[in-house]
Design a protein around this ligand. Structure first.
Ligand code: V47
Ligand code: SF4
Length: 371
């Protein structure tokens, strides 16, 4: 979009200055991002984010063909926002054996999927060698699939328990067949807020160090931010600043995924959910601020199909994948879609109706097919 198009908006001087920076490719500061959150209206934010998005990704909107394996929801931690985890033997808990996981992976042989996403609770009786075995079982059933496995929360626990460094731990997992790691467990990095909502799991420095070390070993990753609960705009921006700094050094993050706090069945249920306008504003500000992240994902099982489609005009260029009804994290937190699954045709239709080009990607955003 031409700079002149922004004269459509009647901007204050400070918003004009931020807009000029974005249009000329200059990085915005943390203070600028806070001003955008506080003062910019939705139409202006969407246009600016779309400018950044189209510079980076043109008119492409990406999706992938994937399924999830959630080996267990038994977890030693009790994050205040979590609707998913259970203690051992608690009603509603599950744990799959290695044989069951192998059998599940086997059902995908010959199927049109390129990625498996493996994530679960932190089970007190499992260790690094179990998790490496789990990866190698999947690898032997599905030799060509991309295995994106284990959040920094699970990784920190298994590395500490095995008394190995982060780097040694990744070497073991890579040898078993691991390709990349998902973005979970980041929540909000601000230490005072983290102490309130997830006091006992990996801390912010630990999360960032695990991802930076992964990148140094050629294991790329994603980054998430859990927003829409008790965090401030300044805490969101601080979170993204820390990610932007790591990304400047490594270029190892594939995408940023804002995760909207969903409020059913967890200890923070009395907190309401933010309005959809806040979701769109948040996508837009993150797209503008995270200038070194190549992709911004709207994870449709969490946000819903309609919102994911709308988000494609607010900076988002990726809506994740087919999923095949294999994740429970969000259905247990009260989202409308209790059996998340979309066909390729559904995903292509969602994207085309947003006037974008539907591109199937692999896990590192190489084009698989243009629809
Ligand atoms: O870390 C937990 C979040 C995350 C709730 O890398 C909640 O491609 C909202 O990280 N409301 C795990 N969110 C999921 C995750 C993820 C999902 C999709 C794709 C990728 C990727 C990563 O889910 C947790 C936490 O931030 N979460 N409870 C809740 N009530
Ligand atoms: Fe465990 Fe993850 Fe739930 Fe926290 S969010 S309680 S670490 S499963």
């Amino acid at each position: 979009m031409e700079k002149a198009a922004f004269s459509l908006f009647n901007l204050s001087l400070e918003l004009q200055q931020i807009s000029d920076k974005v249009l000329t490719g200059e990085r915005i500061s943390a203070e600028d991002a806070i001003i955008l959150y506080q003062k910019a209206d939705l139409g202006f934010l969407g246009s600016l984010a779309n400018f950044v998005r189209e510079n980076l990704n043109g008119n492409n909107a990406y999706f992938n063909k994937n399924f999830h394996i959630e080996p267990t929801n038994i977890c030693i931690y009790r994050c205040e926002f979590c609707s998913y985890s259970r203690k051992m033997n608690e009603h509603g808990s599950w744990e799959s054996s290695l044989d069951e996981i192998s059998a599940l992976a086997k059902t995908y042989q010959g199927k049109d999927v390129t990625e498996v996403h493996v994530v679960g609770g932190v089970h007190p009786h499992r260790d690094l060698y179990y998790y490496a075995e789990l990866v190698s079982r999947i690898r032997s059933e599905l030799p060509n699939i991309h295995i994106k496995a284990y959040s920094a929360v699970e990784l920190e626990y298994m590395f500490k328990k095995a008394n190995v460094t982060v780097s040694q731990g990744f070497t073991i997992l890579k040898n078993a067949g691991l390709n990349s790691i998902p973005g979970g467990g980041a929540e909000i990095f601000d230490e005072t807020l983290r102490a309130k909502i997830c006091p006992d799991k990996v801390n912010s420095d630990g999360w960032l160090n695990i991802h930076e070390t992964a990148h140094q070993q050629g294991v790329s990753s994603n980054a998430t931010m859990l927003y829409g609960h008790i965090e401030t705009y300044a805490q969101r921006v601080d979170h993204m600043s820390r990610l932007r700094e790591v990304q400047d050094r490594t270029k190892g993050f594939n995408c940023f995924i804002p995760l909207k706090y969903r409020n059913e069945n967890n200890p923070m249920s009395d907190i309401g959910e933010v309005a959809v306008i806040e979701d769109l504003r948040n996508y837009a500000v993150s797209r503008i601020f995270l200038d070194n992240f190549p992709h911004l994902k709207a994870y449709w099982p969490m946000i819903g199909k309609d919102m994911a489609q709308l988000a494609l005009s607010f900076g988002v260029d990726d809506i994740d994948g087919t999923i095949d009804d294999t994740t429970k994290i969000y259905s247990m937190a009260g989202v409308e879609d209790q059996s998340p699954s979309l066909t390729t045709n559904d995903l292509v239709d969602i994207i085309r109706k947003a006037n974008r080009i539907a591109v199937e990607r692999n896990s590192i955003y190489e084009q698989v097919k243009v629809y």
